[in-house]
Design a protein around this ligand. Structure first.
Ligand code: PSU
Ligand code: MN
Length: 305
């Protein structure tokens, strides 16, 4: 475990890591920017409980007062959720400034991977990752998440990516950068709210044991990059593709008309989709995060054996 001057590992997480017990990292952009208060806090704490019920210790990751936190307290989760979008959405380029200035940051997939790796955490559960945006051939809008997956050895368990992105180009980018994309119980990349995208993953994997074995092999091979596990939303919570795709198209049109760009693009699109689909998409979102937390905890437990 590499110790970093700016890193605070909570006593519980540090104890688990020292004892070789399973730990699962969780991101905080989903709390501050991804869901409304108070559902964001309720969900974040419920996810922590699910991880415990499945035999692992949760480590919610964030930047608070310039400290990189691997393991937040309930009060810190509440603070991140209540403060919402007033907390900086922190990607790799933001970390040094936030540390230097002693400021707060909600960690994306990118920075959650960075801090998890610093702390020695190998498995991370979230909802959806960033990717190559539609129109990226001219905007060059490609999420830093993909670059981080290429360089940081953390297994990320997600429900695929939303079709606010170009899923085909996202897979091409991951292929070029050597990131394995695994489908849990499926050969098809799930599209977050729905189980189907029409795109194939690299490998279907059917058990947490197999996921752990794959990641162990990657580490033993000395590969620097991560691994992406795509876990389809449970059928009973999946959305009607017509409804969700219409909302996504409308959100994309509004983003274009309003000239949204840079780090605002993803939060803008996610908020619009939510607004257009009402509570349904929030419900689905919460359930798929629960589902990913379970799988990540079970996989971390296998990896710890
Ligand atoms: N996609 C989602 N939900 C999210 C995000 C993406 O379906 O909450 C968040 C994650 O924190 C992800 C970040 O790492 O947005 C990606 O932002 P960008 O596209 O600006 O890289
Ligand atoms: Mn972007």
């Amino acid at each position: 475990m590499s110790m970093n001057k700016y890193l605070d590992v909570s006593p519980e997480v540090a104890g688990a890591l020292a004892a070789g017990k399973p730990v699962v990292a969780l991101e905080s952009t989903i709390i501050s920017h991804g869901m409304p208060y108070p559902q964001n806090v309720e969900t974040a704490l419920a996810v922590e409980n699910i991880i415990r019920e499945n035999g692992a210790v949760p480590a919610t990751i964030a930047v608070i007062g310039g400290r990189l936190k691997a393991g937040c307290t309930k009060e810190e989760v509440e603070y991140l959720g209540r403060t919402g979008t007033a907390v900086t959405k922190a990607s790799r380029r933001d970390l040094a400034m936030l540390c230097a200035r002693g400021q707060d940051g909600a960690t994306t997939v990118t920075t959650t991977m960075i801090i998890a790796h610093m702390a020695g955490i190998k498995v991370f559960a979230t909802g959806g990752i960033g990717g190559v945006h539609r129109g990226a051939e001219t905007t060059m809008d490609i999420s830093a998440d993909l670059e981080e997956l290429a360089h940081t050895p953390v297994m990320v368990v997600c429900a695929g990516a939303k079709s606010i992105l170009d899923l085909g180009l996202t897979l091409e980018y991951l292929e070029t950068h050597g990131v394995p994309v695994l489908g849990y119980g499926t050969k098809e990349l799930p599209a977050f709210y729905t189980r189907h995208s029409g795109f194939a993953v690299d490998y279907q994997v059917d058990t947490p044991e197999e996921l752990a074995a794959a990641f162990k092999a990657s580490l033993e091979l000395g590969f620097e990059g991560g691994m992406l596990v795509t876990n389809p939303i449970p059928e009973e919570y999946s959305m009607d593709p017509k409804v969700i795709n219409a909302a996504i198209d409308e959100a994309l049109a509004q983003a274009k008309a309003s000239g949204i760009h840079g780090k605002e693009t993803t939060p803008f699109l996610l908020a619009k989709v939510k607004e257009l689909t009402g509570g349904d998409s929030l419900d689905s979102n919460i359930q798929l995060v629960f589902n990913n937390a379970r799988l990540a905890a079970q996989t971390a437990a296998c990896l710890a054996k």
